[in-house]
Design a protein around this ligand. Structure first.
Ligand SMILES: [Mn+2]
Length: 327
């Protein structure tokens, strides 16, 4: 069995489909697992130990010091002869490349705008139909949206992920590519999903700036926003808070209250996330959210949405003020 371990987004889905097309593995010859980067060591090692994979291809999964240490624990013992190849376009420290390439067939190209591009190049794929999907994927992943199909495929995968699971998106895309369906035809075909997504997106965006709690912390305009649904996604919400609502720091609470994420264009939000036990990048970071049991109970009661929001915002406001002033 050829196993594929890939990221839970459009780039992950397209990378996997391009890989299957490029290697020509038959329908029953592969399995695909969608994961977050932090899970890669655990998933890869457990897949190898189960003995069902002859080879594992990892795609669109970045590396980090902690991830590498965890990974080396099992990979350096040989993984029972399972061959591992890895395709990525994130930035890797040269030492990570050196270390991991002793055990893994590494294809890392930080100059590529998406992992799907790295997969296509490594497998010498040049077919126009495939390369068009890759181009659209890179337009999404690099956030430049230079193709009109990009916002369609982006929202389509997000919608399918939420309601049907990414396996379904993967099968749709692979089927389309194998039948020679051009990416612009595919974008038209997914329009009903994108329309439903956009309806929800516009509904949320219409009241977003009124639903935020604004704080002034040391001259920074901090906005707290609670999303009570997964659509639109975190990046769209973060972008709208900064550009439409004029926030200088956006603090977004996930629907399940499990975590809080930060976006900013001028401030290093990694520091704030760090104070709350999280991390990330300078402009986009996140932290786990530990809410009190009283608040958790209140949030599950059939109270008016507005009241719940107020209770939650009061709590987050205190948390953020403490975190930011202690930096
Ligand atoms: Mn990517």
């Amino acid at each position: 069995m050829q196993c594929i371990v890939t990221h839970t987004d459009l780039d992950g889905v397209i990378s996997a489909a391009v890989y299957i097309v490029g290697t020509g593995v038959g329908k029953d010859g592969y399995s695909v697992l969608f994961i977050e980067p932090a899970e890669v060591a655990e998933k890869l090692c457990s897949l190898a130990s189960r003995g069902v994979c002859r080879a594992v291809a990892v795609m669109d999964i970045g590396m980090g010091g902690n991830i590498l240490r965890e990974l080396l624990k099992c990979i350096s013992s040989g993984l029972g002869g399972v061959r591992v190849s890895w395709y990525d376009h994130h930035i890797w420290d040269p030492r990570w490349i050196e270390e991991l390439s002793r055990y893994v067939d590494l294809h890392v190209d930080a100059g590529s705008k998406c992992a799907a591009g790295v997969v296509a190049k490594s497998l010498n794929l040049e077919a126009a139909v495939v390369m068009e999907y890759v181009d659209v994927t890179c337009a999404v992943d690099s956030w430049d949206f230079h193709r009109w199909e990009a916002p369609y495929l982006y929202r389509y995968v997000d919608y399918i992920k939420r309601f049907y699971g990414l396996d379904r998106a993967f099968r749709d895309v692979l089927d389309a590519i194998e039948r020679g369906v051009e990416v612009r035809q595919f974008a038209e075909w997914v329009e009903p999903f994108v329309e439903r997504y956009m309806d929800e997106e516009l509904r949320i965006l219409a009241s977003m700036c009124m639903d935020v709690r604004e704080l002034d912390v040391e001259g920074k305009r901090v906005c707290i926003y609670y999303r009570d649904f997964d659509i639109p996604n975190q990046s769209i919400v973060g972008n709208a808070l900064l550009s439409m609502c004029g926030c200088s720091i956006a603090a977004i609470v996930r629907p399940d209250l499990s975590s809080i994420s930060f976006r900013s264009r001028d401030f290093n939000v990694r520091e704030i996330a760090g104070k709350l036990g999280g991390g990330g990048h300078q402009r986009a970071a996140g932290a786990p959210l530990k809410i009190s049991s009283t608040l958790r109970i209140s949030m599950s009661l059939p109270l008016p949405a507005k009241l719940k929001r107020t209770l939650l915002y009061n709590y987050i406001e205190k948390l953020l003020k403490n975190a930011i002033t202690s930096i």
